[in-house]
Design a protein around this ligand. Sequence first.
Ligand SMILES: Nc1nc2c(ncn2[C@@H]2O[C@H](COP(=O)(O)OP(=O)(O)OP(=O)(O)O)[C@@H](O)[C@H]2O)c(=O)[nH]1
Ligand SMILES: [Zn+2]
Length: 207
Amino acid sequence: MAVVFVASSLLPTPFAVFTMHGFLDEETGIEHVALTLGDVKTPAPVLGRVHSECLTGDALFSLRCDCGFQLEAALKAIAKEGRGVLLYLRQEGRGIGLLNKIRAYALQDKGADTVEANEQLGFPADMRKYTMCRPMLEHLGIKMVELMTNNPKKIAALTELGITVTSRKPIEFGNNRYNERYLATKANKMGHLLGLQHQQESPTDNH
Ligand SMILES: Nc1nc2c(ncn2[C@@H]2O[C@H](COP(=O)(O)OP(=O)(O)OP(=O)(O)O)[C@@H](O)[C@H]2O)c(=O)[nH]1
Ligand SMILES: [Zn+2]
């Protein structure tokens, strides 16, 4: 069973007119999406973001996390560069799914941090896999990426899959009083490279 390309179309956004590519993981039935801009098949490393689904942050304006802010910043950065790729991976809640994430949020409302909440529900802190990235990037003709991320484990996982990450671009946006503890847990327990002392309010400050 493989992750296969299904269809492409244009996706106009406020930032640029991207091309959207849909993929199907035939084993799980999960549908993933890639957005590209410009000619990504040329050999130079491609500015990229590997973004995990967060319905609450990406679509519902949640301030509990930084996902929506990072998504917007990544699309704006790619638009500014005129060339890039965003993989939108349907692994909600670091892989535990939306309903379990809501259960985890309920535990966080009672005092648990993000890692403790996952563990109380019987899950590891992070269940995500990045194996689908390889066939998706291969289909798009992308061999090397300049990755927008604060997560060294994501870089290690992609590197292990044979994807060359030529550099890391920090992507710190959306710090606010509701996600202070969440971001601190990412930095202190999950190894994310966050310089939490400085706040970047606007995604347009990215470059
Ligand atoms: N289980 C769980 N998942 C969460 C929580 N908050 C956000 N998420 C999920 O976390 C994923 C995003 O992962 P993050 O750890 O924020 O960031 P990352 O992708 O590892 O790293 P960056 O590339 O730096 O953004 C998305 O799938 C969110 O739905 C939470 O409290 N509990
Ligand atoms: Zn989120």
